[in-house]
Design a protein around this ligand. Structure first.
Ligand code: SAM
Length: 350
């Protein structure tokens, strides 16, 4: 590792802030030694803020219908080969009940932008879950909506919202999305969500087509300024029935490197080791946690729909539908020194 990179890591630890050019330099100067140093520093910070507890979120993939046509995503509307399904409100409630008995205290309802899930239906689903399980947090990840819709869902009891910004570079954004989608609107959504009072999460894919270290440096600067409560990052993985089928997948090592940078930038951030990271590397989950992650999102969707929610090929979904599979995850974490905790796992960010 060059002394320049070493001194940038020191500065990041001390000030939690770097310039765009400095982030780009840390990224361009990635070596094994730099990675080891970042991992070690990030692990120290995570352990100081969150100890060795890992928060678990029960992920419920409520619909594979989507009106959008993002070029990277297997759920895109032009993918005529995608298998479409949607869960009924009763099925969603059932997933939460099962999850609660297993020890989950947060449920993440994620899906494509599916018009069957009207604003009122979603509000009703959220308030029913909150009434049934008042000590649980509900996270929504249902895409871009108006401020009024976000407010309605917040008033119904939703606590958190995940909306990856995907890339903070407008030109890059335009190469990943059809012209009706814009970075401007994505960022408007994020700022509305924060303003309304949601614990808000943004994030991006690592290694998406046309991404450069400069794009990633912009992502890091955006996140530093926005100060989200949660950040979700995972490698891009191609899906065979999308225009990006022939592009290579992103790197697990770079993803983990970025996770450590994020932990040093925002010590209190909730940072999952994502499904995509675990899908691309058999030890992705462990590496992500060791490098500063503190959240896992096992899949609580009914088994028969899990393979239909296919954003990319080769998805691994850790089911948590049974105490045995959650025990296996618990054992995997214990082997590297961590404990799954029964907790809502709220952000400590002020
Ligand atoms: N519709 C909601 C939204 O737009 O935020 C939530 C669902 S969307 C499928 C969830 C995330 O999956 C996206 O934000 C994107 O970063 C990620 N994703 C989609 N296609 C992917 C791919 N091919 N590889 C890795 N991640 C992907």
């Amino acid at each position: 590792m060059t002394s320049k990179v070493q001194s940038l890591i020191d500065t990041l630890c001390e000030t939690h802030s770097l310039s765009e050019e400095q982030y780009a330099q840390i990224l361009r100067g990635r070596t094994q030694e730099a990675q080891d140093c970042l991992t070690q520093r990030a692990a120290q910070v995570r352990s100081k803020v969150y100890g060795n507890g890992i928060f678990i979120r029960g992920l419920i993939e409520i619909s594979s219908f989507c009106k959008n046509d993002c070029l990277y995503c297997g759920l895109r509307r032009s993918n005529g080969r995608a298998e479409r399904y949607r869960l009924s409100p009763e099925e969603i409630a059932e997933c939460c009940k099962t999850g609660y008995e297993l020890g989950f205290r947060t449920f993440v309802l994620q899906g494509g932008e599916d018009s069957w899930f009207t604003d009122e239906r979603v509000a009703r689903i959220v308030s029913d879950i909150k009434q049934m399980l008042p000590d649980c947090a509900v996270t929504l990840s249902l895409g871009e909506k108006s401020r009024e819709t976000y407010q309605l869902w917040f008033d119904a009891g939703a606590d958190r919202y995940l909306l990856r910004h995907e890339t903070a570079d407008a030109q890059h954004y335009a190469r990943l999305h059809p012209s009706e989608l814009s970075l401007e609107n994505r960022l408007r959504c994020l700022s509305d969500l924060r303003d309304i009072g949601y614990q808000t999460g943004c994030g991006f894919m690592v290694g998406s087509p046309f991404q450069t270290p400069e794009c990633l440096a912009k992502d890091l600067c955006f996140i530093e300024k926005f100060r989200p409560h949660m950040v979700g990052i995972g490698p891009f993985i191609p899906h065979k029935d999308t225009p990006f089928a022939q592009y290579p997948a992103g790197s697990a090592q770079l993803t983990v490197y970025l996770m450590s940078i994020l932990r040093l930038m925002l010590p209190e951030v909730l940072l999952p080791a994502t499904t995509a990271l675990n899908s691309i590397d058999p030890y992705g989950r462990e590496q992500g946690i060791l490098a500063g992650g503190n959240v896992l999102m096992p899949n609580l969707s009914p088994e028969d729909v899990r393979k239909k929610y296919l954003l990319y090929n080769g998805k691994k979904s850790t089911g948590a539908e049974s105490a045995q599979s959650l025990d296996a995850l618990r054992g995997q974490m214990r082997r590297i020194g961590f404990e799954l905790v029964v907790d809502r796992g709220d952000s400590k960010l002020k």
